[in-house]
Design a protein. Sequence first.
Length: 343
Amino acid sequence: MDVLDELQDLREDALRELEAAGDEDDIERVRVRYLGREGSVTLILRGIGELPTEQRADVGRLGNRVKAEIESAIESARSRLAAESRRRKLREDAVDVTSPGRRHFYGRRHPITQAMDEVLGILVGMGYAVATGPEVETDWYNFTGLNIPPDHPARDMQDSFYVTDNLVLRTQTSPVQLRHMEKVAPKLPVRIVGPGRVFRRGDDDASHSPVFHQCEALLVDEGVTFGQLRGTLLDFARRLLGEHVQVRFRPSYFPFTEPSAEVDISCTVCGGTGCSTCSQTGFLEIGGAGMVHPLVLENGGYDPEQVSGFAFGMGVDRMAMLKWSIPDIRYLYQNDVRFLQQL
Ligand code: DAH
């Protein structure tokens, strides 16, 4: 084949290969193959001296032009690749400015914690110190020491979660009274609040949960009276719910208090005129109260001839339900954020 034709073919091959080049390595391979020290175009140019004289000028001119064309095709292949990779990068890094922004979710205290903190805040403000006890409690602190004898209905296996014969998930926060008195006796006054979780096996409906929360209060000193108990609870209820609130005591029975009372507040929904929340009674029960039973004082290390005391216990879940008009206690334990976010 004629050298000039050969050069044209080489030129076409090189340009085609450069057009197809997918990366820098492809380009470099083409450059070496045609323009490298042993490249086909290079060899032709180098061999011009051996050609017949009349061909030299044409081959030299075409050879140089082909070389220059390939060089400039290499340059454009390089810039084509660079542009492609820039475009790819832009596409990959693209930000969709129309997509909705990321929302921040703020945590908050659980409604029971909020209600508990409110109750504690008031009582601590009245001079009570916070005391706690274990959730797995012994028979003595949960029952016997609180004057609840072994045949008392509250001890029924149906009502309590027993761990062993002697250990029970506490059914009330009242054991904190006993534990605390034992710890500090004979110091006076004893003035504590005992917040905590309690457990009852039989409780499971819209207003009862097998796990719920109570807040206990205990005051022991010389000359403590039932009147002071009433005044304290009235003051507490008004600080919690407002000056207009009424407190009502109903005679009741608790083994660890004598006398005992059921504590009601005027209904926060109807203001005392009667509605479905208060079953038309105008009052809502918030807990129990009474004068600490002499036996319990004695079990705590105090002499009932020398000192007296009052105690009360409140259901905190009930408070949360009243505060937010929650119709079913179980909402408080399902941890559904659609519910929790509203409170
Ligand atoms: N522990 C009682 C209950 O769970 C509530 C209670 C009643 C607590 C009278 C007291 C009290 O401190 O004096 O039903």
